[in-house]
Design a protein around this ligand. Structure first.
Ligand SMILES: NC(=O)c1ccc[n+]([C@@H]2O[C@H](COP(=O)([O-])OP(=O)(O)OC[C@H]3O[C@@H](n4cnc5c(N)ncnc54)[C@H](OP(=O)(O)O)[C@@H]3O)[C@@H](O)[C@H]2O)c1
Length: 324
């Protein structure tokens, strides 16, 4: 019989609500515990999403022996500390993107997971969405011939506020680590770690990157033109041009979305990518599939991929800071 997993959520913010919704369609996921810095906030979340237990402290929650897996949804600067807290307590971890604040932290997180023999995965949900998986499949099937150019951007207007998590350097703010990570992920997912990196960037008043443009060259001869911004609404699409046509993940490319192909300048035709749920269910399902198999690492979102991704974000962020 399929095992049921007791899920816990650490941090009761915006995305935690979406993840809790995602869990609802998974028959092997029990909505078990929620922890927030205040018990009142955790209790409201518990009632809204039908969890069994509410905790007013993260430290207290991870001591609960019934918890199988913890989804970490705190601000970017806290992922490292909270991942270690859970791994030390022997809980499987699914931690929001960016995995941590820098490469050294991700290395330490992975070393701890390895030492404790506990599951750890970065919650880059887009990786497990049917539309994203099919996008890559089409590339591998050469459905648009040889790919040459990827254009992918993610931008929306977030009014400047020095204490918002998007602008406060202490909370891990910046468009690159927060949303630029998605175009960077797509480029790496399709073509691997780049061989050349160029960056131009405009800083926000707190010094975090506001709008950043990135150019990658890849070993297969492909170019990625990527951008992220909190100062402008961008296309929020992922378009790949090849020798025989164009593939497009429509707006919002990082969510469950439409995938189309157009060959030889003909009209776009839809490539079906059936899906269920709000999308966050797929990453949770991946965790449980891995746990069923006794794995500590997901083959779909491997530790090496997460190491490469944070290394690339560190490099792009450093070049963005220099470009100011
Ligand atoms: N996968 C996606 O689609 C997606 C989308 C948006 C964001 N994210 C990621 O999810 C994470 C959370 O983003 P969010 O939009 O949910 O943010 P949010 O609504 O501001 O929630 C952040 C959570 O962090 C906790 N926290 C702990 N210490 C904090 C402190 N000193 N200051 C502020 N918050 C603190 C809070 O938990 P308490 O409830 O305990 O107070 C709060 O619930 C980020 O890492 C972000 O990159 C992912």
């Amino acid at each position: 019989m399929e095992k049921t997993y007791n899920w816990a959520i650490l941090g009761a913010g915006h995305i935690a609500n979406k993840f809790a919704e995602g869990l609802k369609i998974l028959p092997n996921a029990r909505r078990y515990a929620i922890a927030a810095r205040s018990l009142e906030r955790a209790e409201v979340f518990r009632q809204n999403h039908g969890f069994e237990k509410a905790y007013g402290s993260y430290e207290e929650m991870v001591k609960d022996p019934n918890i199988d897996a913890v989804y970490i949804s705190t601000t970017n600067n806290l992922h490292f500390e909270h991942t270690l807290l859970c791994l030390e307590a022997g809980k499987a971890v699914l931690c929001e993107k960016p995995f941590a604040s820098n490469l050294a932290q991700v290395e330490k997180m992975i070393a701890t997971a390895r030492e404790k023999n506990v599951f750890l995965m970065e919650a880059l949900w887009s990786r497990f969405l049917p539309s994203m998986i099919q996008f890559k499949q089409e590339v591998e099937n050469e459905s648009i011939g040889k790919p040459s150019l990827l254009q992918c951007d993610f931008g929306y207007i977030s009014p400047f506020s020095p204490h918002s998590r998007l602008y406060d350097p202490a909370l891990g703010g910046g468009s690159v680590p927060d949303i630029g990570i998605y175009p960077i992920f797509v480029a790496m997912y399709l073509f691997g770690y780049p061989t050349e990196i160029k960056v131009s960037s405009i800083p926000s008043p707190t010094g975090t990157d506001w709008t950043t443009a990135i150019l990658f060259k890849h070993s297969g001869g492909e170019i990625s033109m990527l951008s992220s911004s909190f100062a402008a609404v961008l296309s929020n699409e992922s378009r790949l041009y090849g020798s025989n046509g164009q593939l497009k993940l429509h707006k919002m490319f990082h969510m469950i979305t439409r995938l189309t192909v157009s060959r030889n300048n003909e009209q776009e035709t839809e490539i079906p990518t059936p899906s269920a749920g709000n999308g966050y269910n797929y990453e949770a399902a991946e965790v449980m599939t891995c746990l069923d198999k006794g794995l500590v690492e997901s083959p779909g979102m491997s530790w090496q991929f997460s190491l490469d991704l944070i290394k690339l974000i560190d490099t792009v962020s450093a070049l963005a800071a220099k470009a100011k």
